[in-house]
Design a binder for this molecule. Structure first.
Ligand SMILES: Cc1ncc(COP(=O)(O)O)c(C=O)c1O
Length: 377
């Protein structure tokens, strides 16, 4: 049986990237590596739509989230943590771990954050120094309105907007400089089509200024050290060299396709998948503002999401993600981000139809596939 990855990370790695990463290792203090890194730096700026340096950390995405906290704030600093899913909760856990004073603003899982409520809270509590949020909350499949939030955070010199863009960067439009976002983060195993192991973080001038007065302890993730090294086409410590080689390849692919086309491809297959799911009589977990990174599908009352996920794997070799936390077993999540094209979606929708059918759910075979074909033809 073939294996197919349809979880929102890790995502499939293109063949030419796999080949590049299989090349003999080079030494990171040699010119050959520096030439690669120079190109990677440019490619990352293009991807993040920024003139700022994008730092490459050897960790999963959470490492960059931790770096944002430990480099920008000091003990006791108030930060507004927007929670509408599992990754919003992670911001809170990180803030608490580092001794910050998180102010929580909760929204129901499945709904986007309301920018007016964020603005209200910032006004009511002027000591708040940062807003911590996801651009795409992967646990619910919802996109938060970053542009709207940036409109008011960018007007304040003393508040930074920190965006976990782990399933947003390279998926949909989020130009860091143009919108005035202060910190953008992503990871290698999502839209960047690489194995896990690299995290990326970029800071605005305002964020670098705030970092000047931060007094939290840090060592490996001291971003100032990373900035100094990066400008010399280096990293302070041994990087994941093979992943950096793969990254050069991936960034070349993204540039060749063009960011606009990359966003349009994600939107097209996400939209078609959403329509296919609805045509099968199923509901989307996102009540509004669905993320183009993934589709979270609500399981009918009679279907156990964990059993469905297992059926996908056992019968068809397909890995999808289930629900996390309070929605465990209640949804399945189908990825669109990274190395996916329209034809891939037929596999996963076919598996969904067949699995539900076998489980006795009254689905009309072909109902989802028909719409998918109609939308993607
Ligand atoms: C929105 C979001 N934030 C954070 C993370 C955590 O990233 P990592 O597992 O790479 O540390 C993920 C992973 O799925 C994510 O989707």
């Amino acid at each position: 049986m073939k294996s197919y990855l349809f979880a929102p990370g890790p995502t499939p790695v293109p063949e030419r990237v796999l080949l590049r990463m299989a090349m003999p290792i080079i030494h990171h203090r040699e010119e050959a590596f520096e030439a690669v890194f120079e190109e990677v730096r440019e490619g990352l700026k293009y991807l993040f739509q920024t003139d700022q340096e994008v730092l490459v950390l050897t960790s999963s995405g959470t490492g960059a989230m931790e770096a944002a906290i430990s480099n920008l704030f000091s003990e006791g600093d108030e930060v507004l943590v927007v929670r509408a899913g599992k990754f919003g909760q992670r911001w809170g856990e990180l803030a608490e771990t580092f001794g910050l004073s998180p102010v929580y603003l909760d929204f129901p899982w499945g709904e986007p954050a309301d920018p007016a409520k964020i603005a209200e809270r910032l006004e009511a509590q002027p000591a708040i120094r940062g807003v911590l949020i996801q651009a795409s909350e992967t646990s619910t499949g919802v996109m938060h309105p970053i542009r709207e939030i940036a409109k008011f955070t960018s007007k304040r010199d003393d508040v930074v907007l920190i965006v976990d863009g782990i399933t947003a960067v390279g998926v949909f439009e989020m130009p860091m400089d143009e919108w005035g976002i202060d910190v953008v983060i992503t990871g290698s195993q999502k839209a960047l089509m690489l194995p896990p192991g690299l995290a990326f973080i970029s800071l605005s001038e305002k964020a670098w200024k705030m970092a000047e007065s931060s007094s939290l302890p840090r060592y490996y993730f001291d971003l100032k050290k990373h900035l100094v090294s990066s400008k010399k086409n280096q990293t302070p410590y041994t990087p994941a060299i093979s992943l950096v080689l793969g990254l050069q390849e991936v960034l070349g692919m993204i540039r060749a396709e063009g960011l606009e086309a990359v966003f349009a491809r994600h939107h097209r297959i996400a939209e078609a998948t959403r329509e296919a799911v609805k045509a099968m009589g199923l509901a989307l977990f996102a009540k509004s503002s669905p993320s183009d990174a993934l589709t979270a599908v609500v399981m009918p009352e009679t279907v156990d999401g964990l059993a469905l996920k297992k059926a996908f794997l056992d019968r068809y070799g397909i890995t999808v993600a289930g629900g996390q936390g309070q929605i465990k077993g209640k949804i399945i999540r189908i990825a669109h981000l990274g190395y996916f094209d329209p034809i891939d979606m037929f596999q996963v929708i076919a598996a969904l139809e067949m699995s539900l059918y076998k489980m006795g759910y009254p689905v009309e075979l072909g109902s989802g596939l028909g719409i998918l074909a109609e939308k993607l033809a």
